[in-house]
Design a protein around this ligand. Structure first.
Ligand code: WT7
Length: 635
């Protein structure tokens, strides 16, 4: 028997040791006992981090939707798979059973097929948090099409570059989306994006808001009539273990976003196994992750992980502050949520509103609280623990990444004693290493370094779409035979990990991973701008916010500067999305540079953080004189 469900600390250590000593036996048992396969694997795993090439369950045949839906029909056909909670609290929630989900996915998959989508084709999904979003992922998976979900808050430029990067043939979208009091014209954004995307043949449009849309003849089709006419039965495509399941874009420290490719079997096994243990999910529990399916958190822990376990998963369309800041707690009470998983930025925003809005609602159903996306600060951790969890529901601070597919470092609730701001222990099968700048592993406890992983796990991304070299350069070149995460971490006296933050030019704003390069590119498009540099600085709610240092071609008056700030943020909004807007923009006469012309972000970061006592040696700069000027005028 594999240890599918870990129940106490000794068992964790025992299973952990086994997963490290005999990874193949360990994962083979999990895969064998808890999933359905059309054909079992020939080899559990093979890996070579120097190529890099990683394979899990090679030779196996399966379809992930048979694991997430079909196999539950016999015992859980009437169980609710998805609870949909609409933006407007007066609109009725929907409960979609596993049987209904099965038929809905089949219908949708038949529509995809009827429009020429076949195994291996890429389908872009730009849909808000409505049931059709989850269903469209599963419909793609059913027929072996590769989904590429783009968060429906990204701009038309960001959308078109992602559509073109992986040559999507189809876009699935909706007329619009509801977010609090606002409704957003998504179809209009898609239309704009598609002016630059020749490869898209079909656009399927979900009717959600009833807003005005322009339908392009021959290309755009309303989804509902097609679903009504489609058969609700369909044989699943048989996939190889290593066939791509999806592409999901994430920012890098340089260049365009990276299309991370996740494959089928390993991703399924790891997300399901982590879901079961990290949330201690039991059969009748209601689980709610507040993320958007547009991010990896939603892929792995709203859709695939929960459904593979036959769980009931909540999808919330709205925002935490509508109609008021009590909405999350009202939903917890209404659906008797047992596991609640959110981001530190949301916790901080809600904590700011005080305890009354929490205490208004009955949260006694909550058993486990989760946190993800960025380091959780001490204050937010205690508020979450005390006010929301009433000191009885363990917090799982889960560290992972788009690239890792699933949770990597985390407590197991009721098993691992928690410690504020610590993600605690590696999950089963995960072998972290802390490296110093010279490439030496820092062994033992009470050490700090750059966080790497020494051995593959089943859900590691296999490549970057269309750019394997970049995959190698980004993740496997910093340290030999290691996956480099881009994060710094420390290990305390008992071996617990604390993630200290990014060590590269990625900034996590409200839990969203933003690369500085594309933002700088957007700013530099402004005709008045000569160059720019973005750094992060601490922010009460967002964790980090963006500070832009911008030099202008001609130094203007301050009155003009206010307009320029607006224009620059508008450009960023258009090119990337509102989430990448700058909180502070300082116009400077120059940017500090090394003699080789590289911008010294370290200095700018210190100025933005208001920590200028220790700037280090600036005398070797090409232009040390600009530093004082930037400090004098800092915002
Ligand atoms: C980066 C990955 C994992 C899904 C959401 C974000 C940061 C993530 C934590 C945590 C400290 C965290 C890291 C990581 N991060 N979780 N619990 N504690 N930092 O996925 O957009 O790929 O971002 O988010 O810096 O590298 P992502």
């Amino acid at each position: 028997m594999s240890n599918y469900h870990i129940k106490h600390l000794e068992e964790y250590y025992q299973v952990y040791r086994k997963s490290i000593r005999e990874p193949e036996n360990f994962w083979e048992e999990v895969a064998e006992e808890h999933f359905v396969w059309r054909k079992k694997w020939d080899k559990v795993m093979s890996w070579d981090f120097s190529k890099p090439e990683i394979k899990w369950f090679e030779g196996a045949k399966l379809n992930i939707t048979e694991n997430c839906i079909d196999r539950h029909l016999a015992t859980r056909g009437d169980k609710t798979a998805i609870i949909f909670e609409p933006n407007n609290p007066d609109e009725e929630a929907q409960h979609i059973s596993y049987r209904q989900l099965y038929h809905k996915v089949n219908k949708f998959a038949n529509v995809l097929k009827d429009h020429g989508i076949k195994k291996g084709d890429r389908v872009c999904i730009y849909v808000p948090m409505i049931p059709e979003l989850a269903i469209s992922l599963l419909a793609c998976a059913k027929i072996g099409a590769i989904h590429s979900v783009v968060f429906a808050g990204f701009s038309s430029r960001a959308l078109s570059s992602r559509i073109n990067d992986c040559d999507c043939k189809m876009v699935i979208t909706s007329d619009g989306s509801f977010r609090g009091t606002k409704s957003i014209d998504l179809k209009g954004i898609v239309d704009e994006a598609l002016e630059n995307c020749d490869g898209v043949e079909t656009v399927l449009v979900v009717n959600r808001t009833g807003g005005d849309v322009v339908m392009t003849e021959g290309r755009d089709k309303w989804l509902q009539p097609l679903l009504d006419a489609a058969s609700d039965e369909l044989e699943a495509e048989v996939m190889d273990a290593e066939d791509p399941l999806f592409i999901l874009y994430t920012s890098g420290s340089t260049g365009q976003p990276k299309g991370m490719v996740h494959t089928t079997a390993g991703y399924m096994v790891y997300t399901a196994y982590t879901f079961k243990n990290v949330f201690q999910y039991r059969e009748d529990d209601v689980y709610w992750c507040t993320a958007d399916i547009g991010w990896i958190t939603g892929h792995s822990y709203i859709v695939y992980g929960p459904l593979a376990n036959g769980a009931t998963t909540v999808m919330f369309e709205g925002v935490p502050h509508y109609p008021d800041f009590g909405r999350f707690w009202q939903i917890v009470e209404k659906h008797k949520v047992n596991q609640f998983y959110t981001a530190p930025t949301a916790i901080r925003a809600l904590a700011k509103q005080g305890a009354e809005l929490v205490e208004k609602y009955d949260l006694s159903s909550i058993k486990v609280l989760g946190s993800v996306g960025e380091p959780i600060n001490e204050e937010a951790w205690h508020w979450y623990n005390d006010v929301v969890g009433k000191k009885k529901s363990p917090i799982v601070d889960t560290w992972w990444q788009t690239e890792t597919g699933g949770i990597m470092i985390t407590p197991i609730p009721f098993v691992t004693p928690t410690k504020p701001t610590y993600a605690t222990l590696p999950f089963i099968g995960i072998q972290p290493a802390l490296m110093d700048e010279n490439g030496l592993e820092q062994k033992g406890n009470q050490v700090e370094g750059r966080l790497c992983i020494k051995f593959p796990w089943p859900s590691i991304a296999r490549t970057i779409w269309g750019n394997h070299q970049r995959y190698k350069d980004t993740y496997f070149s910093a340290y030999e035979n290691m996956y480099f995460t881009g994060d710094g971490a420390l290990r305390d006296e008992v071996g617990y990990y604390r993630i200290t933050g990014r060590v590269d030019d990625v900034i996590i704003v409200s839990g969203h991973n933003l690369g500085t390069a594309p933002i700088e590119d957007a700013i530099n498009e402004h005709p008045a701008v000569s160059e720019s540099a973005i750094v992060g600085f601490p922010h009460d709610i967002k964790g980090s916010a963006l500070y832009g240092f911008v030099t202008l071609k001609e130094v203007g008056e301050s009155r003009v500067h206010d307009n320029l700030r607006k224009e620059i943020n508008q450009l960023i909004s258009d090119r990337i999305g509102p989430i990448a807007k700058l909180d502070k923009i300082q116009f400077t006469e120059g940017l500090p540079k090394t003699r080789s012309g590289k911008i010294m972000r370290r200095i700018l970061r210190k100025i933005a953080e208001n920590d200028t006592s220790n700037l280090g040696d600036i005398s070797t700069l090409l232009n040390p004189e600009v530093v004082q000027d930037i400090m004098d005028n800092s915002l």
